[in-house]
Ligand binder design. Sequence first.
Ligand code: HEM
Ligand SMILES: [Cu+2]
Length: 541
Amino acid sequence: MSGDPGETNYLNASHGIGSWLLTRDHKRIGILYLLGISVFFVLGGLMAVLIRAELATPQGDLFSSDVYNRLFTMHGILMIFFFLIPSIPAVLGNFLLPIMIGAKDLAFPRINLLSWYLYMIGGVMTFVSLLTGGIDTGWTFYTPMSTNFAQGQVIVTAVGIFIAGFSSILTGLNFIVTIHRMRAPGLTWFRLPLFVWAHYATSIIQILGTPVVAIAILLVGAERLFHIGVFDPKYGGDPLLFQHLFWFYSHPAVYIMILPSMGVMSELVTAFSRKRVFGYHFIAFSSLFIAVIGFLVWGHHMYISGQSVVAGAIFSFLTMLVAIPSAVKVFNWTATLYKGSISLQTPMLYALGFIGVFLIGGLTGVMLGTLGIDIHVHDTYFIVAHFHYVMVGSAIMGYLGGLHFWWPKITGRMYNEFWSKISALVIFIGFNTTFFPQFILGYLGMPRRYHMYPAEFQTWNVLSSAGATILGFGYLLPVIYLLWSLKFGAKAPANPWGAKGLEWETSSPPPVLNFDTPPVVTEEAYAYETSTPAKEVTVGV
Ligand code: HEM
Ligand SMILES: [Cu+2]
């Protein structure tokens, strides 16, 4: 296939800001998301740096408790609703899903563009709420804090998140219809790449879960304004109802963040060990299983809310169940690596990092699922460590691994392999130095969401803050060498990694309609054994 300079592709087919802002090309929309998401990630990241600076010393000497509350709230909201949830589906999913199934675009290109606008409007509103006073409820919006006591811009933020929720729902719908209706001839369900399966499962969660949280958050706003009595006992409401509604979405939502990353993992592990993925069907079905069971475990966030022991025990059991499909995936990736011909290029470094980090995140999740342990560490830094291991460690590593894997396809340029390897390493070290000490802090009893702490906790906190600095630099590096590659990077061939999958059969960057000739699929995904041996490529500027 062609990758010749001078050829028209989706990037140079039309010019000018208008051609981007009104585009209906899923590839360009993926890039629009990439820009939006990166901005929110940087903003959320700056807040994280401020939080860790405050926590480097036991006294609250940098911010008042009030400002600190607003900081971690906005950090959580930006990172979860405006970075993690859309990151892989909206950037990589948008770009790759149609290409991977041999389609010309998503089923509803205009709705896809609308989704991006909704996302941006929601994000800007939320950020404006910060500039005009912010909110101090935590990203979880717990009542009665959020309805009766919180200061600031709860309503503006709630509406911002509500609007962005539509973006998530519409993207999910778009993906599901696309996967059902637009697969290339010969592409049966069990020939689909596992990345597509993961997005299918994610989309189900987005469609079923997001309306619940959107309405719950809207009700918080309504309760604040009109005291309608949904959450306020004074008018017949129940503050605990909010937690049920919130976690009914927000537990599945953690899988919106991790499932796409797992999908990326399946692609990376097979491509860089040149092996058919081990247990294809198990991995595909485990995604669906997670999507279903994920809706039944929300009560593990409410063990100490006063719910009955029976409810606690049932939620504990179901929580353990949901760990099984996660473990299945980890076993299958490991088995894929076994006796594979492994090459340690940058995306693979991220994939291996993912496996290590997710193991710790998942196992501590199982610990938390145990009633007794959870009661001890509830609302301590142990929780913070657990969810950062799964969300920052695993989900972002998958995102970065995927971004590096498909960067040549997306941009048509190779990045500097030396610096990308360094940054993968720095991120791994920085991440673990930041968050591992928090398990210890939490176990020792340091509560989350305080800006002061007893002096005896300082050593671990300093370690964590130092790690955060390293991590920050680690994240900065890709920004630099990826931008650099756009101008100075070597031209990417159609298939720089010698990987399998339809996306590697079209040029880099792809033509406007993805393929010069519509593809026909004749073999299963990851048919590596039947292919020519791995092409080692030197990647550099
Ligand atoms: C093996 C799978 C997992 C299990 C068994 C598990 C279990 C738990 C439990 C029991 C809690 C509640 C602790 C408490 O509040 O006292 C918790 C909290 C949390 N988990 Fe997980 N988890 C798993 C995977 C994940 C994944 C994949 C993510 C994200 C991608 C995640 C993100 C979170 C978050 C954000 C919280 C804290 C929420 C908050 O209170 O702010 N977990 N997890
Ligand atoms: Cu949960």
